[in-house]
Design a protein around this ligand. Structure first.
Ligand code: SF4
Length: 692
């Protein structure tokens, strides 16, 4: 029996754990003393591992490569040599016939690690010659990355998860940490126990609202109006830090002009929040000696998400709550390595280390390191994953190489996504399970799973953490970066790596932001936060020390924008708002947690629709009733959960339902900057199924 230190493969909290291994099987998990989790785990950490023992509960593990040679033919098992040859030949053919821009690739924000993401974006840029590489950050915290880069200079949490409990005020906006990141929720609870004031902005009475000093139960889709009202109060009541703002920020007068009509009293009809509560919230926030703003997908999954992120960072800028301990802005990233996928350049506009693709010197640097003709490097921003269905239907994307993502379960408006996938000439899926997307693949490439390989993840607070291999794979599966390298070589670009560390070192040499984060140092420190520019550098627990921002002028950019209502409003036919949410016992598309016996026992029906009793009664819907939920795009079945925690007029669904995902209902109105869809807001109706 042995104990292998690893990092939880689910959320961005980055909890460390020990996998107890006996005879190449995991027998249990113990909590480890990680910087973010301090010997605690949530139930996914404790019980989310037994898919590694092949429990076959929900979907089969992919065990050997398969090819569908004809569009209407079956998937046939093949050797790895044949899978690599066929994939390389088809990609080369499509590149030759339609050009580099006809191929789309994805990284993965899950168990594969930073090294694979680096190799995937290198494959896209050096072999396919396109910046068409993206990841699921696009559908979650893409707006946080874009908004914070513009206002502060870095698209990441400015502070550390471990420091949240030291802040004296937490403004928690659209973020249900108890379900999304239970171990971060422990930090919130500790902050409360230490006397912090808690302000929650959420339409639902989420867990954190129970301990909040103030709960602003805003109307769904009114985020920007509320943020503008916050800024209005800071300026009108002169609560902001005049000297700090003058020294460290730009844009005050434009900000003042934008929010002048957003007095809390004027926007009560939009926000649904009493003006007095908005004023009180800002007085609490400003009175605290240290304050932190935290947000989740209740901010980012709207058509006006980037503006709201910029507005939230302006609250911190106006009050000087940046650049020191115990303060900051914290978009707590969802998946365990979504921060890492972005760090490694699995983004259509950035090379690894957030170096822009439209900078000729940066392109020349990467071209030289990779042995590529600089003229062959794509100089345009590439395609985002949310644009793929549209471009595929227009015939502009012909091949899609998806690694460790399941868009046919997790992306908005699945009818549209399905039509886009069907229009492709070639769908390559590299994964560990037969997901909904994998079922449609022309080529299936089975990869090793978390637990079967090691590497480095970046958790939500920019912390690099190493995780180790615990068991030997039983099946004919290969490491993700090995598969990509073999396809690259078969396409005429020799690519070979012997280890994760070799890839990590190549990446570090090209990224000033990460250069000092050596493999050994990360191992010794256990958790090393970037920026880490030199070998002697200890890492950076909080960004913007002394109020120096990483913007072109070095100053924080103040920003607000007029509120825009969500794209689709309820009407007589579809009278309720649908908002998609998370549940504590399962993760994302459930491909991993759905294959864990203990988690299946805790939540044996994958999904629910939560509705207020006041809305349920006239429809004749009772607790546990099966109901049809319909939008203008589709219809699914779910089980009703009556709850006074949700607000009347809105219903809430998790998106793990396998017999008709809630994304059959959602719509793809996208934020114009980040291209993140508005999965938190569409119009639906509920119908009870008769004779229950
Ligand atoms: Fe920690 Fe998140 Fe894993 Fe739970 S799911 S153990 S909070 S990393």
């Amino acid at each position: 029996m042995k104990k292998i230190t690893s990092v939880c493969p689910y959320c961005g909290a980055g909890c460390k754990l020990k996998l107890v291994v006996d005879n190449n099987r995991i027998t249990r998990v113990e909590a480890a003393n990680g910087v973010t989790n301090q010997n605690e785990l949530c139930l996914k950490g404790y019980y989310g591992w037994d898919f590694l023992n092949d429990t076959r509960l929900l979907t089969p593990r992919l065990k050997q490569p398969m090819i569908r040679y004809r569009k209407d033919g079956p998937l046939e098992p093949v050797t790895w040599d044949e899978a690599i040859r066929y994939t390389a030949e088809r990609l080369s053919d499509i590149k030759a016939r339609y050009g580099s821009q006809a191929i789309m690739t994805t990284g993965s924000s899950r168990g594969t690690g930073n090294e694979t993401n680096y190799v995937m974006q290198k494959f896209a840029r050096a072999v396919l010659n396109t910046n068409n590489v993206d990841c699921c950050a696009r559908v979650c915290h893409g707006p946080s990355v874009a908004g914070l880069q513009q206002t502060l200079g870095n698209g990441a949490m400015s502070n550390a998860i471990a420091d949240i409990e030291n802040s004296r005020c937490l403004l928690i906006f659209g973020y249900n940490c108890a379900d999304s990141h239970p171990i971060v929720a422990r930090r919130v609870l500790k902050a409360k126990q230490r006397g912090a004031r808690i302000i929650v902005c959420d339409p639902r009475k989420i867990e954190t609202a129970r301990i909040a000093d103030l709960h602003l139960q805003l109307n769904n889709g009114s985020n920007m109006a509320l943020v503008n009202a916050f800024i209005h109060v800071l300026l009108e009541e002169e609560l902001y830090d005049r000297a700090w703002v003058a020294r460290h920020t730009e844009g005050l007068e434009a900000l003042r002009e934008t929010v002048k009509n957003y007095a809390p009293e004027s926007v009560e009809g939009i926000t649904g929040v009493p003006a007095a509560a908005i004023r009180q919230a800002m007085r609490l926030y400003c009175a605290a000696p240290s304050a932190t703003v935290m947000w989740g997908m209740g901010v980012t999954q709207f058509g006006q998400a980037v503006d709201v992120v910029k507005g939230l960072s302006s609250l911190a800028l106006l009050t000087g709550n940046l650049g020191r301990e115990h303060v900051g802005v914290g978009p707590v990233r969802g998946q365990n390595n979504v921060q890492g996928a972005c760090d490694m350049g699995v983004l259509p506009d950035h090379f690894p280390g957030y170096q822009r693709v439209d900078d000729p010197r940066t392109r020349a640097k990467f071209a030289a390191a990779w042995g590529v003709d600089p003229a062959a490097m794509d100089n345009k921003i590439g395609v985002r994953i949310t644009d793929v269905p549209h471009l595929a239907l227009e015939g502009k994307i012909k091949a899609y190489y998806i690694m460790g993502e399941d868009p046919l379960q997790t992306e908005a408006d699945l009818g549209l996504v399905r039509r886009g996938i069907e229009a492709l000439d070639l769908l390559i899926v590299q994964d560990i399970f037969m997901t909904k997307t994998a079922e449609k693949a022309d080529v299936l490439l089975p990869a090793t799973s978390w637990g079967e390989h090691g590497g480095i993840f970046t958790c939500a607070d920019r912390g690099f953490q190493r995780f180790e291999q615990a068991i030997t794979p039983r099946d004919d599966v290969r490491r993700d970066w090995q598969i990509i390298s073999q396809i690259a070589s078969a396409m005429g670009y020799p690519m070979h790596y012997d280890s994760n560390q070799q890839i990590w070192d190549e990446m570090r040499e090209l990224c000033p932001l990460f250069y000092g984060a050596t493999w050994e140092k990360i191992g010794e420190m256990g958790h090393l936060q970037w920026p880490c520019p030199t070998l002697e550098h200890p890492g950076t627990p909080w960004l913007y020390q002394g109020g120096r921002f990483d913007t072109p002028s070095g100053k924080g950019q103040l920003y607000a924008a007029p509120w825009r209502p969500p794209a689709e409003q309820p009407d007589a036919d579809y009278p309720l708002v649908l908002c998609t949410v998370r549940e504590v016992g399962h993760y994302s598309c459930r491909s991993m947690t759905g294959n864990c016996a203990a988690l299946q026992t805790l939540a044996d029906e994958p999904g629910f629709v939560a509705i207020h009793p006041q809305d349920a009664a006239p429809l004749g819907i009772k607790e546990d009733h099966l109901v049809r939920v319909a939008s203008r795009r589709g219809e699914v079945f779910s089980r009703a959960r009556l709850s006074e925690r949700v607000n009347p007029g809105a219903v809430y669904m998790t998106y793990q339902w396998w017999i008709g995902a809630c994304n059959e209902l959602t719509q793809d109105n996208m934020d114009p900057v980040s291209h993140t869809p508005e999965t938190k807001y569409c119009a639906v109706r509920l119908l009870p199924i008769a004779d229950q």
